[in-house]
Design a protein around this ligand. Structure first.
Ligand code: ADP
Ligand code: MG
Length: 337
């Protein structure tokens, strides 16, 4: 698969504030990427640098091998960009604005009309073509912004929070549109909402405080990070006896138990890092004739993972470790085959 964008060691400082902190990643052809991160994470700044709207403090961005700063024309030709605040001219009609955008993009005169028609149909703004932009609803304005980004059908389409401020129906429409675009283009969109990124994107990059703290498919993120190391148990045996038995099971870090009104002891067992004690637990309890009603590893949702990664530096480090281990694991598995 072809690499379309390379971001190398990208740094952006606003005064003393480090908004983008040594970012490294590549964008491959044919995916829908999601930049996911809370407000202030550095998503817009990164996108502005990738599209040549903003200079970086350090590092470089290559678009199909062209440096965005040294060869801006070549590089920019391959990108359509919908910034956070689309540069719409309120006193233009939609059509006038599209003509203007076509001129800026240097679409040859004889091809402009056809090009504009194609995009207007795709984004469904043909019927508002003659209206002034200032009289359009937020949803339609966003579509006009999107139309401007898609005009000329560049290979890469970058959308900064494309569904912000839209109502639920408009959000569904814009997602459908993005999926349609992704059939022929590589799309990168940003969002602070996990559900959105998960639904639309096939690759998630979690950004927190200017750093890339995780990047993988939604499934892999869930898989690597879903194991919490916690096991839930339930039994009718009284808590003090359960505690006693657990003392002899190796690999346990911590136990917390409670008893409910019906006499059921329930609780959570935290495993030591890298241990899987489920079988040991099962046989130990069985041997003592203390049947377990429940033995269940606690799965963490992607929501929890996202919250943790973006709130705690320690969690982010832990992720990096897990991701590395998973990678190693996959490599050696592949070797065995
Ligand atoms: P996001 O798009 O993820 O919400 P931004 O890239 O807009 O994040 O902002 C990243 C950080 O940089 C934030 O702390 C923001 O306050 C700061 N920032 C963004 N633009 C500027 C600017 N022009 N001047 C100073 N600080 C800025
Ligand atoms: Mg932003």
């Amino acid at each position: 698969m072809e690499t379309l964008i390379e971001v190398k060691n990208l740094v952006k400082k606003y005064g003393n504030h480090l908004a983008v902190d040594h970012l490294n990643f590549t964008i491959e052809e044919g995916h829908i990427y999601g930049f996911l991160g809370p407000n202030g994470a550095g998503k817009s700044t990164t996108m502005n640098i990738m599209t040549g709207y903003l200079g970086a403090t350090e590092g470089e961005v290559l678009i199909n091998g062209h440096d965005i700063l040294k060869e801006p024309e070549e590089a920019k030709k391959q990108i359509g960009y919908l910034p956070e605040l689309p540069p719409l001219y309120m006193d233009m009609t939609v059509r006038e604005y599209m003509e203007f955008a076509a001129e800026l993009k240097k679409i040859p005169k004889e091809k402009r009309a056809e090009s504009i028609e194609d995009v207007e149909k795709l984004v469904k703004i043909k019927d508002v073509e003659k209206r002034l932009i200032k009289n359009l609803s937020k949803g339609y304005r966003q579509r006009v912004g999107l139309a401007q980004a898609v005009l000329g059908f560049p290979e890469i389409i970058i959308l900064d929070e494309p569904s912000v401020g839209l109502d639920p129906k408009q959000i569904i429409e814009i997602r459908e549109l993005i999926r349609k675009l992704a059939k022929k283009h590589t799309v990168i969109l940003s969002s602070h909402i996990l559900a959105e990124v998960r639904e639309v994107c096939d690759y998630i990059m979690i950004i927190s405080k200017g750093k890339l703290v995780a990047s993988d498919t939604p499934e892999n993120l869930e898989r690597y990070l879903g194991e919490s190391g916690l096991i839930e148990i339930e039994t009718r045996t009284e808590a003090s006896k359960v505690k006693e038995v657990l003392k002899n099971v190796p690999g346990i870090e911590k136990v917390s138990l409670k008893i409910d009104a019906s006499g059921i002891t329930s609780g959570q067992i935290r495993e030591k890092r890298g241990q899987d004690i489920r079988e040991e637990l099962f046989t130990t309890f069985a041997e003592k004739k203390m049947p377990l009603l429940k033995l269940n590893p606690v799965q963490v949702s992607l929501e929890d993972v996202f919250m943790e990664l973006t709130q705690s530096d320690k969690a982010a480090e832990e992720f990096a470790r897990k991701a590395k281990e998973a990678e190693k694991g996959e490599v050696s598995n592949a070797g065995d085959l």
